[in-house]
Design a protein around this ligand. Structure first.
Ligand code: NAD
Length: 792
């Protein structure tokens, strides 16, 4: 045998990480008292416990206290009690605590890593080199946000008590993503780890004790869906942050509807891994191994759909198969292991079931030769070819080591296939042509895009999804916003208003009313309502003021189609959008007297107040025009050889339900920022004073707004808001309306998890902080982080 032959015949010897410290820790503590509440270790009030086991052997690891309603109540009460002092602490004090947590975690890094691998089954290389260092980095990064809060987020304060629920795939990292920004903002937390992987959270609570976290600031409770639901439904929680499946995310969206709780959802994904024919194929293969087989594919942003350009598909798949043969499956504590077991038998069965169904639907599933260990929940990696776009393996999140492969012919087809999913978490683009990669990245509906790379994360770079992958971001500036709120402004409850149908008698008014029936404004045209019904409008004294079209479901659908088709607006340069908005402001100025008179005569406002409303509307249009090319993204410098471009992208089609109070300013204050950021809008104006909005479209018509960028459908607020909420092609919905309408919109928005903002049944002070331009500019964009590595 020559040297080369010997080299190829060499076997890996075992290289196990020592587990004695972890075992000693496991046997040293009483897990029946593992609820960390108000700085004390407690048993469950019911005395119940649940088991956690080692996925590699299915051996029992610990029996932990299972929290019930009483325990959740106690944890929330402890968090509430600790809130004022923690909020009042200086940023510097909070920063020191966050830094101390990070340093203490670093000192116990190996114990964290071994425990994580024991409890979750992930290879030690991953927990040691990725999960734990990233979790530490999160705390240290957020120490800086804590200290600079007042300067970086002027006027903002902690949102309050945060309820946080996390999944089992990155137990410690997800905990860090939740707790670090919350503490930096001045929130106190009640966090529930997933029932399969509670151990590193117990160790983390011990760290909190040692790092000087004041009692009650961090509370950790254990249990399954019931404990999670008790947190979600608790009336004394101000913010829910959830990471987990889209299915449970939707349940939580419904459960919190109308409660006024701030909500962020980090959900599932079906991310595309796109390989163009000019890619460095060997690098792409290595990227793919990381993209789909990292953590056994139990990764929300796993590159589980390989899209490869036809010309290189055979060569690339051959390389993938060769590489798959070399993947080492086995003991997660062995430093040579690439693939460990899945987290639990239920997960293994789910993956097997999906693979079988995928095969039934025509996919060909290939696995490398090899045995799985006799114990534990192992699954060999799978390469599925002949996968039709509708195949279950191409559409459903498998959350296992299964790669679905499809081919594409050209760039347009790649983008179309990549976006053919209800999810929108991440994507990888592989090409040696950076122009092509940066042309594709903005067209992908995904919150994170990695160019010639995958699974790059950093505390400074926001992470989160589009569409059914959820809303909100974790990490960076945008992640901090999720835990902050503006002080409550004075507001009034909005009373329900039932717009009269049919006709009403024209009264002997003062002659200033227009007796005509303005139409709807759809796709740049004045359009009769589909049902051909009208709605009477009365002035403040109850006199007949005119009639407007009574819009219906069909009209909203037409308006949404027109808005979706207005692609030119999103694609226009920010400078171009600014000029159009300036022109709109100019044209409104010319008609300012007329609008002021109309507002006064309809709403009964004084002439002075009406004029002030028109002036404020013009000023807001000017301000939005000015910010169109300034509310920009940023470039992050993560600790890697990469830059991250944080791009502010338009949300898409935004529904706006405008209030009766200050009907012009209320509409303009939402319309202007939405347009400035490149969204197209379907607006439902005040049902009481819709004539103001129908007057406005005459101004729109003369202001170079492209057809479909703004659509106005008059009619009954509740009915039209409901249609917008249920519409799958509406991406965002903003409502200032009565409490019942706001709640219904949140409830009905789960179809595509659109981004809903409501005033919670309260009026908005458009001249105050909460009604100002900036919060609406933030709502008008999704931040997409595009990672661009550099260097040879
Ligand atoms: P899951 O939704 O079943 O459970 C997540 C958490 O929610 C667990 O703690 C669970 O106990 C709790 N829970 C379950 N039902 C609940 C209910 N009705 N009310 C409140 N809480 C409830 O998800 P999982 O199986 O633990 O995790 C896998 C999912 O997490 C995947 O879909 C994955 O994509 C997603 N995930 C997303 C991200 C992200 O950042 N987007 C990160 C990691 C994982």
């Amino acid at each position: 045998m020559n040297i080369l032959e010997r080299y190829h015949a060499m076997e890996y010897g075992p290289a196990p990480e020592a587990r004695n410290e972890a075992d000693a820790w496991l046997t040293s503590r009483d897990f029946s008292a593992s609820l960390f509440i108000g700085g004390q270790w407690k048993k469950a009030a019911s005395g119940k416990t649940f088991d956690t086991a080692e996925p590699a052997t299915s051996k029992h690891l610990a029996s932990l206290a299972e929290a019930g309603h009483d325990d959740i109540d106690a944890a929330v009460a402890a968090a509430r009690k600790a809130l004022p002092k923690w909020q009042a602490a200086s940023g510097y004090e909070r920063a020191r605590v966050l830094y101390a947590i990070g340093r203490a975690m670093q000192r116990h890094a190996r114990l964290f890593a071994v425990l994580e691998s024991l409890d979750n089954g992930k290879p030690i290389r991953e927990s040691r080199d990725i999960d734990v260092p990233l979790a530490v980095r999160h705390f240290i990064h957020h120490a800086g946000w804590a200290q600079s809060l007042g300067k970086e987020f002027p006027g903002h304060a902690a949102v309050g008590v945060a309820g946080q629920i996390i999944p089992w795939n990155f137990p410690l990292l997800m905990l860090a993503w939740k707790i670090a920004p919350a503490l930096a903002a001045g929130c106190t937390v009640v966090l529930k780890p997933a029932e399969f992987t509670p151990l590193t959270a117990v160790l983390f609570a011990e760290i909190c004790e040692k790092a000087g976290v004041p009692k009650g600031v961090v509370n950790i409770v254990h249990g399954g869906p019931e404990a999670g639901a008790a947190i979600v439904n608790h009336p004394d929680i101000d913010k829910i942050a959830f990471t987990g499946s889209s299915e449970v995310g939707k349940i939580i969206r419904k459960a919190t509807a109308g409660s006024g709780k701030k909500l962020s959802l980090e959900l599932g994904g079906k991310s595309a891994f796109i390989v163009f024919e000019d890619a460095d194929l060997d690098s792409a293969v290595e990227g793919l191994v990381d993209g789909i087989w990292f953590n056994q594919g139990q990764v929300c942003c796993a590159g589980s759909r390989l899209l490869v350009q036809e010309g290189v598909a055979d060569a690339f798949l051959a390389k993938v198969r060769t590489r798959m043969e070399k993947l080492r499956l086995g003991d997660p504590l062995d430093k040579n292991t690439d693939i460990g077991p899945l987290v639990d038998r239920t997960q293994l069965e789910r993956v097997r079931g999906l693979v079988a169904e995928g095969e039934k639907q025509g996919a060909q599933c290939w696995q490398p030769a090899g045995e799985v260990p006799a114990t534990g929940w192992y699954h060999l990696p799978v390469l599925a070819t002949n996968v039709a776009p509708a195949n279950i393996l191409a559409q459903e999140e498998v959350f296992g080591p299964v790669l679905a492969t499809m081919t594409f012919r050209n760039t347009e087809e790649a983008i179309e296939l990549a976006n053919n999913t209800r999810y929108g978490l991440a994507a990888s683009v592989w090409s040696e042509n950076v122009n092509l990669a940066l042309h594709v990245a903005p067209q992908l509906k995904a919150g994170v895009v990695w160019i010639n790379g995958t699974n790059m994360f950093d505390a400074a770079c926001g992470f989160g999804g589009y569409r059914e992958s959820g809303f909100g971001r974790e990490g960076g500036r945008e992640g901090m916003v999720e835990y902050l709120a503006l002080p409550k402004a004075k507001s009034q409850q909005i009373k329900a208003y039932e717009a009269p149908g049919g006709t009403s008698e024209r009264s002997d008014g003062d002659g200033s009313f227009i007796d005509r029936t303005p139409k709807l404004f759809i796709g740049g045209k004045q359009t009769r309502p589909d049902g051909n019904y009208s709605m009477a409008v009365h002035d403040a004294k109850g006199r007949h003021a005119g009639e407007v079209g009574l819009g219906s479901r069909k009209d909203i659908r037409d308006a949404v189609s027109a808005a979706r088709a207005a692609k030119g607006w999103a694609g226009a340069t920010a400078y171009n959008r600014a000029q159009v908005l300036y022109f709109l402001a100019e044209n409104l100025t010319i008609r300012a007297d007329e609008f002021a008179a109309r507002i006064a005569s309809l709403t009964g406002a004084s002439a002075k107040a009406a004029r002030a409303e028109v002036d404020a509307s013009i000023e807001r249009l000017f301000e939005a025009a000015g910010m169109a090319d300034k509310f920009e993204g940023t470039v992050h410098n993560p600790p890697a050889r990469a830059v991250t471009l944080a791009l502010n992208e338009p949300v898409g089609v935004v529904g706006i339900v405008a209030p009766d109070e200050q009907p012009l300013l209320g509409l303009v204050a939402m319309l202007a920022p939405a347009l400035a950021m490149g969204n197209s809008v379907v607006a439902v104006p005040s049902a009481r004073w819709p004539l103001i909005a129908t007057d406005l479209y005459q101004v729109l018509e003369t202001s170079d707004i492209p057809p479909g960028a703004v659509n106005i459908v008059t009619g009954r607020t509740g009915e039209l808001a409901g249609v917008l909420a249920k519409h799958d092609d509406v991406d965002g919905l903003w409502l200032v309306a009565d409490a019942a309408i706001c709640k219904a919109a949140e409830l009905e928005s789960t179809c595509n998890l659109k981004r809903v903002w409501t005033s919670n049944g309260q009026t908005v002070d458009w001249n105050g902080e909460a009604g100002s331009l900036k919060p609406f500019l933030r709502r008008a964009v999704e931040v997409k982080n595009v990672w661009v590595p550099y260097g040879d």
